[in-house]
Design a protein around this ligand. Structure first.
Ligand code: ATP
Length: 498
């Protein structure tokens, strides 16, 4: 446990802060911290989330009782000195009897000089009952900094006489960022037990641990994906850009030493069904990082400040699991109308400001990929330099790109054979999106399956194309409108290096 935390906590105890709230999930690490502060304490008593009074050291249950009854045993005026540790009881902080007991014990600690009972609320969620809010001190355990992580790894390696070169050490330091001291040591243990060494490949173990953290947070979604850049047809310029960025992202330690700024992220705007989401997924695979999706709509809460709190939590979680790719889909739906004359509510405007500030000041290796169809309803602040590294426009695929997209989807289904001449399909598919092309291939393959000869040929594909309707036909007005809107902006072209 980091010495500084222990000293800070001890100073709160010495200052007779009666209730100390430690909002943390790593109970083992918190126990170590409390034990280090309470070295001279005769009594450290613990009550756990299962309703048991347990031995603080061994965790063996002494008895089962309600929280109010447990607290009552400390709430008489007999002189006493004790630490009372309550684990994950946040669900009971609305119970009037519990709150009254906490208040009464806290008052005695503050005003009776024979009575020193410090209550530690150790909970994975922060709940502050208004009746006792002023008596509670919230204690944050900061996560280890880069140099502290380096110390932890070196210390571990020395202990087992493992030699580590500077590059591996640097890579591991960046990957471990966001994990607690305890978690880092646990992963190092796992890695060492597996191979007797610690190598760059242990980043996989780190990734798994981080996935657990996201699942627990509940606000972000972690996506499993199996697409990579080879599944994206066309978009050559965008793919090249992302492949170059991946070289930096995958060697962040070295890049950092070389003086390169952390990549922030990109905004991809463009036609529906043309590979924006696919590219977001492929980015995560290229960056060898987990893909998290943030649905801004889901952040909206009923209570005052709840939405801002949710966004803060989402950002904190993403930063904890960084390096990662954070995908924000349909950006225009989240922030439509902000700052405009109608539509955008106060909450959306506040969220937008909070999000922009984070984007601008971001120091973590969270790479943001935001995607959108229509940015004309987005506030212009999004497009200013310094927010995203680059803004890309995805247009409907040109003939060369359509050829590649046909090949990808035929190949995927094992149907890219001599029977198919993809070049012949291009003339009749002008105005088709990638999703349209995929649909043509799917339908033709399905029809071939129930036909007598079970083959997919150029003729059969052309037949499907004849009856199929492209997005340019079904959504003609919308597509024409979008084309006009895109012309007004100075985007980089994703398709070719125009
Ligand atoms: P929207 O704006 O409607 O969300 P999008 O641009 O994000 O659309 P995707 O979800 O990436 O579109 O595309 C839908 C599907 O169409 C993909 O899963 C993929 O199968 C196919 N597709 C689209 N574009 C391409 C492409 N360039 N290469 C290969 N497949 C593509």
């Amino acid at each position: 446990m980091i010495q500084a935390d222990s000293q800070k906590l001890a100073s709160y105890v010495d200052a007779l802060r009666p209730i100390i709230y430690i909002n943390h999930f790593d109970f083992h690490a918190v126990d170590e911290l409390i034990a280090s502060v309470g070295k001279d304490m005769d009594r450290i008593e613990e009550y756990n989330e299962a309703g048991h009074y347990v031995d603080f050291k061994t965790k063996v249950s002494k008895t089962e009782l309600t929280l109010a009854a447990f607290l009552a045993t400390f709430d008489d005026i007999e002189p006493k000195k004790a630490f009372v540790v309550l684990k994950d009881v946040h669900g009971q902080l609305q119970n009037a009897e519990v709150v009254a007991r906490l208040k009464s014990i806290a008052q005695k600690t503050m005003f009776n000089d024979q009575f020193y009972v410090t209550i530690f609320l150790v909970c994975s969620e922060l709940v502050l009952p208004p009746e006792i809010e002023k008596m509670i001190t919230v204690f944050d355990i900061p996560l280890p900094t880069q140099s502290e992580i380096e110390e932890i790894i070196k210390d571990y390696a020395d202990g087992f006489q493992i030699s580590l070169d500077d590059d591996t050490l640097n890579e591991l330091v960046v990957s471990f960022k966001g994990l607690s001291d305890f978690e880092i040591r646990q992963i190092l243990n796992l890695a060492y037990q597996k191979s007797g060494m610690i190598t760059r490949d242990d980043k996989e173990l780190i990734l798994k641990e981080k996935e657990q953290i996201i699942k627990k947070s509940g606000i972000l979604e972690i996506l499993s994906f199996n697409s990579n850049m080879n599944d994206v047809g066309g978009l050559y310029n965008l793919k090249k850009y992302l492949r170059d960025k991946a070289q930096i992202f995958n060697n962040l330690g070295e890049a950092r030493k070389f003086g390169i700024d952390l990549p922030k992220g990109i905004l991809i705007v463009g036609m529906p069904g043309c590979g924006k989401s696919l590219t977001a997924k492929a980015t995560a695979s290229e960056f060898k990082a987990p893909l998290l999706r943030l649905d801004i709509g889901k952040l909206m809460g009923k209570y005052v400040g709840e939405s801002e709190n949710n966004l803060r939590k989402a950002i904190k979680t993403a930063e904890a699991v960084a390096p990662c790719v954070l995908w924000i889909d349909e950006l225009e739906k989240a922030f439509a109308g902000v700052g405009g004359t109608g539509g955008g509510s106060d909450i959306t405007t506040r969220l937008f400001g909070q999000f922009l500030t984070w984007l601008q000041e971001k120091e973590s290796s969270v790479y943001v990929v935001a995607t959108s169809n229509d940015i004309s309803i987005l506030p212009p602040e999004f497009l200013r330099k310094g927010r995203f590294d680059e803004l890309f426009l995805v247009e409907l695929p040109d003939p060369e790109e359509r050829r590649k997209i046909f090949e990808i989807h035929l190949e995927k289904r094992g149907k890219l054979t001599n029977e198919v001449d993809v070049i012949q399909l291009l003339k009749d598919t002008d105005g088709y999106s990638g999703a349209d092309i995929e649909a043509v291939v799917k339908e033709t393959v399905e029809a071939a399956f129930i036909s007598a000869d079970r083959t997919v040929t150029t003729e059969k594909l052309l037949k499907t194309i004849k009856v199929a309707k492209s997005i340019s036909e079904t959504l003609k007005e919308k597509i024409d409108d979008l084309k006009k809107k895109y012309e007004k902006y100075d985007f980089k072209n994703a398709n070719t290096a125009k």
